[in-house]
Write a protein that binds this ligand. Structure first.
Ligand code: GDP
Ligand code: MG
Length: 683
């Protein structure tokens, strides 16, 4: 912070010479929009710290180079930088403050470049103007006479913005129900005099009223009037260089209004005072600046940003349309279910190209806008790529599953394969293929939007169900095979035993049955081990095997006990006893032979075996067999299988019927035997 007493002396001599510390100035807000830490100390150095309410604050508003600093220095004996015509030097941007010489007045001057030409400075211009308005009792609105009535030229647009935000931020009534009022003192510079001040005054008043009416006011303040917040005052100064004496005269008169309480137009009315003790001013002002800084209403996009938005949109649009053209080529194949080779590589290159195109042209524009629009573009690119990616995963899933099924079937051909191994191999290959394909299609790693684990889980699930189905089919086939083998194995021995109607006939048959069944069960379990069958599945299959084995035995028995077969068995049994003697020699009946008793014995012995055949019932109960009860409960489709009933081969009526039929046959043998004795007598 350089103090510059030389400029002050050069431009409007100070009314009183002041000690250095009193004429020191301070930059309260610098070009990075930071509020100084030093204001409190400076107020103390100015000797104002203990002034209580006995001080005033004045600020200035107006376009660049309208002689504002000159005016302030002239009025208050301050030391603000004045533009040197010969050098046209740039002054440091910011808000400056000086103590008025010989008076308890804090004077603020705003330095800045002209905001309308350089977009980014509009922000500073607005904020500094709002700060000046909100923190001072009197705001000097400085303008050339020829600017009167010109909306743009006189910064009226800026005034509108500032009014609007000021009302929103600081417009509420104070705790005592009154608004804090501010005097807007219009100082018309280079007043020639042809247009009377009154006319200029009217024009300006009208302009300000119009601005006020056009404000977007907060709803609770929509009926507020300009006069609720502001007083307007007007004055004119002649040309400083053309009529210097008159200028100085007018300046002195104006100065009097700031100094002399006796002046009827004294500007610092108590109503304008913010009622902040002098030692609290620094803190108070810093608070206002913070509110101004954080206010979003002031953050209008700068020209640069507006331009950047427009251009970045355009550039992004071009990049996107070229990109869309490229992606279109693979949309169809994906939708038709194909796995597109190198899709990931293509997608990555389209995406990179599109971003590169955008970056090349857009990165030169406002960085904030460029980055924001880049993120938008990226989101748009990814939202196009994402369905391709997901489609690819779906197709990959389908094709991998087809291969899995094929591999399973192939692995299960021939004898001696291990089912579990076949499944494991096919599964490993399928998962590997899927993962490889999926990873290829990923556009951006470590990003949630390109995940494929979920699809893999679905695939695993389906593989499990395919493998399960295969296993069930295989088990069924195996059980069928076991059944077939079983039938073959019991056929002959059972037939043999049935032809030997002895009391232990069923014992023998059941022994064969049980031995063969045991072998069948072992055969099943050996194979099932490789199938990864569950305990329950094994139980069901074994129950099935047992039941089928039993049914097979019954079928064999049925086949051997049809009417014709059983009758021939009975006949054979009878013949053996009737037509052959105990040595197996055929009998030749002689008239003295006791045919009747031989006949009766043979018949009775034969009739005895009919009940033997009628029920599966071993002589020794240790040899009996029953279908385990679990079978019917587990094997729901065969629920109604009645094992007890299946033990019965012939019903009571059937026994009677067979007995009758056999009797007739036996009678025929008897008659034949009798006849043969008659014929031997006849010889
Ligand atoms: P600021 O940018 O508004 O603070 O203006 P300055 O006070 O720095 O003055 C800008 C230029 O206008 C300087 O060259 C001054 O000499 C000149 N100037 C100051 N006051 C007057 C005035 O009343 N009339 C004219 N025509 N020029 C002035
Ligand atoms: Mg200036």
């Amino acid at each position: 912070m350089a103090s510059s007493t030389s400029t002050a002396l050069q431009n409007g001599s100070p009314p009183q010479s002041a000690p250095d510390s009193l004429s020191q100035r301070i930059q309260i807000i610098d070009d990075t929009k930071t509020f100084t830490n030093d204001l409190n100390a400076q107020i103390e150095r100015w000797g104002l710290r203990d002034a209580g309410f006995s001080y005033n604050v004045v600020a200035v508003f107006g376009s660049q180079s309208t002689g504002k600093s000159t005016l302030l220095n002239g009025l208050f004996g301050t030391t603000f930088d004045v533009m040197d015509e010969s050098k046209r030097q740039q002054t440091t941007k910011g808000i400056w403050m000086c103590r008025g010489t010989g008076m308890n007045v804090m004077v603020m001057d705003v330095e800045g470049t002209d905001g309308r030409e350089r977009g980014e400075d509009q922000d500073f211009e607005r904020k500094s103007a709002l700060f000046s308005l909100a923190s001072s009792e009197v705001l000097i609105v400085n303008l050339w006479e020829h600017q009167v009535g010109l909306y743009q030229g006189a910064n009226m647009g800026l005034l509108k913005t500032v009014f609007e935000v000021n009302l929103g931020l600081f417009g509420k009534k104070g705790p005592d129900g009154t608004n804090s009022r501010t005097l807007l003192l219009f100082v018309i510079r280079d007043h020639i005099g042809t247009t009377p001040l009154a006319n200029l005054e009217a024009t300006l008043t009208q302009d300000v009223m119009r601005i006020w009416d056009s404000l977007a006011k907060p709803t609770e303040l929509k009926d507020s009037q300009l006069s609720d917040y502001f007083d307007l005052a007007f004055t004119a100064l002649p040309h400083k260089y053309l009529v210097p004496e008159k200028f100085q005269e007018a300046l002195a008169a104006l100065r009097n209004r700031f100094v002399s309480k006796d002046d009827p137009n004294f500007v610092f009315k108590p109503a304008y005072h913010k009622r902040i003790p002098a030692d609290g001013v620094a803190f108070y002002m810093e608070g206002i600046w913070e509110q101004v800084q954080t206010n979003k209403d002031l953050d209008l996009p700068t020209q640069q940003e507006l331009l950047a938005q427009f251009r970045c949109d355009e550039i992004s649009g071009v990049a996107l349309s070229e990109f869309n053209e490229q992606t279109k080529s693979q949309k169809r194949p994906i939708e038709s279910g194909r796995v597109v080779e190198d899709l990931g590589k293509m997608m990555k290159s389209w995406r990179t190209e599109a971003l590169a195109r955008y970056d090349r042209d857009a990165s030169r524009y406002h960085q904030g806008v460029y980055k924001r629009k880049r993120a938008d573009l990226l989101a748009a690119l990814d939202s196009t790529l994402s369905p391709l990616f997901l489609g690819q995963l779906k197709n990959l899933h389908k094709s991998c599953l087809v291969t899995f099924k094929k591999d399973m079937l192939q692995g299960m051909t021939g004898e001696g394969y291990n089912f579990a191994d076949v499944v494991e191999q096919a599964r490993e290959k399928c998962e590997g293929d899927f993962a490889a394909g999926a990873m290829e299609a990923v556009v951006e790693e470590d990003s949630d939007s390109w995940g494929w684990e979920e699809e893999l889980e679905l695939l695993k699930e389906e593989m499990r169900s395919v493998a399960n189905q295969c296993r069930k089919d295989e088990t069924k086939k195996m059980v069928n095979l076991i059944e077939k083998t079983f039938k073959k194995q019991i056929s002959e021995p059972v037939e043999l035993h049935l032809n030997k109607p002895a009391p232990n006939m069923w014992d023998n048959i059941l022994k064969v049955f049980k031995d063969t069944l045991e072998k069948a069960e072992k055969q099943y379990l050996a194979k099932a081990k490789s199938f990864d069958c569950t305990e329950e599945e094994n139980d069901v299959a074994l129950a099935d095997i047992r039941q089928r084995a039993w049914v097979a035995l019954r079928q064999k028995v049925d086949e051997q006990t049809t009417d014709a077969v059983i009758l021939s068995k009975l006949r054979a049994h009878f013949e053996e006893r009737f037509r052959y003697d105990e040595h197996g020699v055929p009998r030749v009946w002689k008239p003295e032979d006791d045919i009747d008793s031989v006949f009766k014995k043979a018949k009775d012995q034969t009739l005895e075996i009919v009940p033997l055949y009628s029920k599966i019932s071993p002589a020794d109960s240790a040899n009996s067999w029953t279908l385990p009860p679990s079978a019917s409960s587990l094997n729901s489709s065969e629920d109604d299988f009645d094992f007890e009933a299946s033990l019965v081969i012939f019903t009571e009526t059937k026994v009677i019927d067979l007995t009758n039929k056999f009797r007739r046959d036996a009678d025929a043998y008897y008659v034949e035997a009798k006849r043969s004795t008659v014929s031997s007598i006849a010889q």
